[in-house]
Design a protein around this ligand. Structure first.
Ligand SMILES: *Cc1c(COP(=O)(O)O)cnc(C)c1O
Length: 391
């Protein structure tokens, strides 16, 4: 069976991207050369953040972000259940405990009111979080001003997991500037908005956090004499002053990233054109279309619809399977993290976060990518209309 499927997401690689990678292959440096700093400069130029550290994945970026903020055993990290598991796992990597804040029914991002309620309870119980990971689901920014205000009131740090959101804006400011957070993380996996094959980055305005993350991404080793204990022994000398990892990005990846960043605006604009068309062509169907928080511009990594199951004679799974069966590569982002077996082992139960579980019971991600043609989009719309009419 080689039936053509319209995927839910797909990278867009230009001849310029290919040439950029080939040029690195012919150069002296495959790693630890000039392309990683150039990519970091492009990320800083786009976002306005003072520091950017490119790494081999967003998962690695989340890990070193948590470590740099001092997360460890005895601490709590909170995030949303509706995210990729990496947003929560980074807390467990550090030996901390993880808990979740249920989502808002309109934005599907973690709900600031539920956050405030949970913080009040946690204050009384002495279990306030050290870190909140705010995930900009589908590219829609979280209510960062509310989160920032609560972070000051209750004394926790904020990481933005902006894996879906590069190119988006919050109150006119690019996601990644960290105006309301300590650190922002991007992912450059091929399904995301900009790709480096595998790759991620951590951005911050804090020099100390940047220096710490720089150490952690490369074994905790430094060649900077100012950071060393005692004197350098000579030109070969380095010191390990922390326990770090090898989370470095290669020059091939960074060159691809530099080239892709030149088309970031074009990528996000194309997604908005697709979304406007979907909004129009799907408006008569028994589904809830994406809601956009005011004063925000989404990166639009995903276009998620919610089925109004009361008005449809098929189940969620039947609709999903019918779409897949007709060549529409729909997906579901995400399975609530607290319902994963690994998290159930930690003590979470079905029913803990009802709004997230409701979302999971009727959400579907439609195909959304830069190179999607009008014909492909029309086919998605046609099949969806046909399936939802079925009795
Ligand atoms: C993709 C993704 C990640 C992980 O990104 P990698 O670069 O694959 O490690 C983390 N969080 C969210 C929300 C994601 O979508």
């Amino acid at each position: 069976m080689s039936q053509y499927v319209i995927p839910y997401g797909k990278q867009d690689i230009s001849q310029q991207d290919i040439d950029a990678v080939v040029e690195v292959l012919k150069s002296d440096f495959l790693t630890q050369g000039p392309k990683v700093p150039a990519f970091e400069a492009a990320l800083m130029a786009h976002t306005g953040a003072k520091h950017a550290l490119a790494v081999n994945s967003a998962t690695s970026a989340l890990h070193i972000a948590c470590l740099a903020l001092g997360l460890g055993p005895g601490d709590w990290l909170w995030t949303t259940p509706i995210t990729f598991v990496a947003s929560a796992n980074c807390g467990l990597y550090c030996g901390a405990q993880v808990d979740f804040v249920d989502i808002d029914e309109r934005t599907y991002n973690l709900c600031p009111e539920k956050l405030e309620q949970k913080l009040r309870d946690a204050k009384n119980a002495g279990t306030l979080p050290k870190i909140l990971v705010a995930v900009h689901l589908c590219g829609q920014p979280c209510d960062m001003k509310a989160i920032h205000r609560l972070s000051k009131e209750y004394g926790f740090r904020v990481i933005e997991d902006a894996s879906h959101a590069i190119g988006g804006k919050y109150h006119g400011v690019p996601i990644g500037r960290c105006e309301y957070s300590d650190i922002t993380v991007f992912s450059f996996h091929p399904v995301k908005i900009v790709t480096t094959a595998e790759g991620g980055a951590a951005l911050t305005n804090c020099e100390q956090l940047a220096a710490k993350m720089e150490l952690l991404r490369s074994h905790g080793i430094t060649r900077n004499e100012a950071l060393m204990k005692g004197e350098s022994h000579g030109g070969w000398y380095y010191q390990q002053i922390d326990l770090g990892y090898n989370y470095r990005m290669t020059e091939l990846q960074a060159a691809l990233g530099v080239s892709q960043m030149q088309r970031l605006e074009e990528f996000v604009e194309a997604r908005h054109v697709h979304a406007v068309r979907y909004n129009d062509l799907l408006k008569e169907l028994p589904i809830t279309l994406p809601y956009q928080l005011e004063n925000t511009y989404s990166g639009l990594h995903l276009y998620v619809i919610r089925l109004k199951l009361d008005a449809i004679s098929l189940t969620h799974k039947e609709v999903f399977d019918a779409l897949r069966g007709n060549g529409i590569g729909v997906n579901l982002h995400y399975i609530p993290v607290h319902t994963q077996p690994y998290y159930q082992e930690l003590g979470f139960n079905n029913g803990d976060f009802p709004e997230s579980e409701r979302y999971y019971s009727d959400a579907i991600s439609l195909p959304m990518f830069h190179g999607m043609t009008t014909e492909q989009q029309d086919e998605v719309v046609r099949v969806l209309h046909e399936v939802l009419k079925r009795k």
